[in-house]
Ligand binder design. Structure first.
Ligand code: ADP
Ligand code: ZN
Ligand code: MG
Length: 501
């Protein structure tokens, strides 16, 4: 099979994603009071409603509706004043009601978009889109969102003693209904993505957005965020759309990217060989690095969708929508541009902090303590303590201050960050306790420099003969003489002065 870059010279990929997100922030299920838990023993969080016993009546979870409306606002969707729950029928043991409660043609959130930053080249190749050029020179393409609807998860099935995921090959299949009725939101994009890389970036951006909203822990690994990829290809320069295939089991960013890349190449091979792409659902096998047919696509008719007579049409008041709006925090894009323009961060540091809600909180608290040091605070978070788990804003601000006054080297700051992480100790105290403070007092440092220059005669000569690298050795000797407590930057500076350069 040809490689992706070769294929993409002749063919353009058309990609749309369907992304399910479990609302892990909630405590109870979508239509009953059962607890949501990943750790409870199997079939302990169940009741007549989520087991689908005849006569049990569902009551929608208001907090779940708040979450989906917030998701819609954050992705520029129109929030529909009236929408309905539908029944989608199918037979499978993971859904004992024999239908999934989902939404019909009108979902809570419709017609949104999320901007994706793309390279200039790719932006130019999209005349059909309203490409925006940002002040910093990057291009943003709006990826349209068809809808976000509310639905419920099915039970979890475990197949033991045979081929994984296949009832046929297993000796036994076990069902845990604890997951049944878990609130899910499904976001469907228009087919606006053009490369596997863009699909990956979109997914990442959506994840960051939902994390900022605090509605889900968005773990692809644990399945609280799941993605299906739809893809077709067309000859470059043509406008029609080809037949798509849908891929399931994309449970990592890498799988999402690799499965789409594989499928684009596979479709190109089929079409170039004179064949037709069949509309089908395929399963990504990360181990075999290929997709295999799962089933030929059902049509909507097969599901016999109709409005659920047990659930009244949903009317959202302006007051309710307004309340949801007020709960949407500043989102990563807005944070990033504020960090760039108002706080003077580098693009890299702004990116890193803005997309991580925990880091953003610590950063902003630290900036509130010492605003003029914002870039240095960002530096501490991104470069000095990138893996710190529980560092506080006070500690970060204090480390920034120590660096600002040259009292610590970067390497020492890293050590101190590790020492205070997870404690409530002040870095200042630690630095003093371990006698790490770098002397920046010229009267202390200058005699040390004089001594070293007097002792290291041959290195000084080498330096004078043009071997400038030897300065590193001399700084090292000064540090040694100062027992690590002299500031290397100052030593360097003093050495250069005294060597007369
Ligand atoms: P279906 O009826 O098969 O469920 P939908 O219209 O609901 O199709 O779209 C499902 C997903 O497939 C959406 O994300 C959409 O963007 C994407 N999609 C639709 N048509 C195509 C196509 N020709 N190529 C690639 N993706 C497509
Ligand atoms: Zn229940
Ligand atoms: Mg569909």
């Amino acid at each position: 099979m040809k490689k992706l870059p070769d294929v993409l010279r002749d063919w353009e990929a058309v990609i749309g994603l369907e992304i399910h997100t479990e609302l892990t922030a909630l405590e109870t299920k979508m239509f009953c009071d059962c607890r949501l838990s990943h750790t409870a023993p199997p079939n302990t969080n169940v009741c007549p409603v989520c087991l689908g016993l005849p006569g049990a009546l569902p009551v929608p979870n208001e907090k779940a509706i708040e979450c989906i409306v917030m998701a819609g606002i954050a992705t520029n969707c129109e929030i529909m004043e009236r929408s309905l729950f539908y029944r989608k029928h199918y037979f499978y043991p993971d859904m004992s009601k024999n239908y999934q409660t989902t939404q019909g043609p009108v979902a809570f959130c419709m017609h949104g978009h999320l901007d994706l930053e793309v390279p200039a080249q790719e932006a130019r190749e999209r005349p059909d889109f309203s490409v925006r050029k940002a002040p910093d020179g990057s291009y943003a393409v709006p990826i349209r969102i068809m809808r976000i609807h509310m639905e419920e998860d099915a039970a979890k099935m475990v197949h033991v003693g045979g081929g994984e995921g296949r009832i046929g090959g297993a000796r036994e299949s076990l069902i845990d209904y604890n997951r049944c009725g878990t609130p899910l939101i499904e976001l469907v994009t228009e087919p606006d993505l053009r490369t596997p890389e863009e699909a990956r970036l979109f997914m990442e951006k959506l994840r960051q957005t939902f994390l900022a909203l605090g509605i889900s822990d968005c773990s692809l690994e644990n399945g609280s965020m799941r993605c299906d990829g739809n893809v077709s290809i067309r000859r470059r320069g043509t406008a029609g759309v080809g037949t798509k295939t849908e891929m399931k089991n994309l449970n990592s960013f890498k799988s999402l990217h690799d499965a789409l890349a594989y499928e684009i190449c596979r479709q190109a091979e089929v079409l170039e060989g004179g064949g037709d792409v069949r509309q089908e659902t395929r399963h990504w096998e990360p181990s075999g690095r290929r997709t295999v047919v799962m089933r030929v696509k059902e049509t909507a008719d097969d599901y016999r969708m109709y409005p659920d007579p047990d659930l009244a049409p949903f009317d959202l008041s302006d007051e309710f929508i307004g309340r949801c709006r007020s709960r949407v925090p500043e989102l990563p894009d807005a944070k990033r541009s504020r960090y760039l323009t108002e706080l003077g961060l580098s693009r890299h540091d702004a990116d890193q902090i803005a997309c991580n809600p925990m880091a953003a909180r610590v950063f902003e608290e630290a900036v509130a303590i010492a605003r003029e040091m914002a870039p240095l605070i960002a530096n501490v978070m991104v470069n000095i303590a990138p893996t710190a788990k529980a560092i506080t804003s006070r500690q970060v601000a204090s480390l920034a201050r120590l660096l600002a006054t040259d009292a610590l080297t970067f390497a020492q700051a890293r050590e101190v960050a590790e020492m205070v992480d997870g404690t409530d100790e002040d870095p200042e105290t630690v630095v003093d306790a371990y006698n790490m403070r770098q002397s920046t007092d010229i009267d202390t440092l200058a005699p040390i420099v004089d001594d070293v220059l007097a002792t290291c005669v041959s290195q000084v000569r080498q330096y004078e003969n043009g071997n400038k690298k030897v300065i590193g050795y001399l700084v090292g000797q000064c540090m040694k003489a100062a027992r690590g407590n002299g500031n290397p930057k100052l030593f360097n500076q003093l050495l250069l002065e005294k060597l007369g350069v």
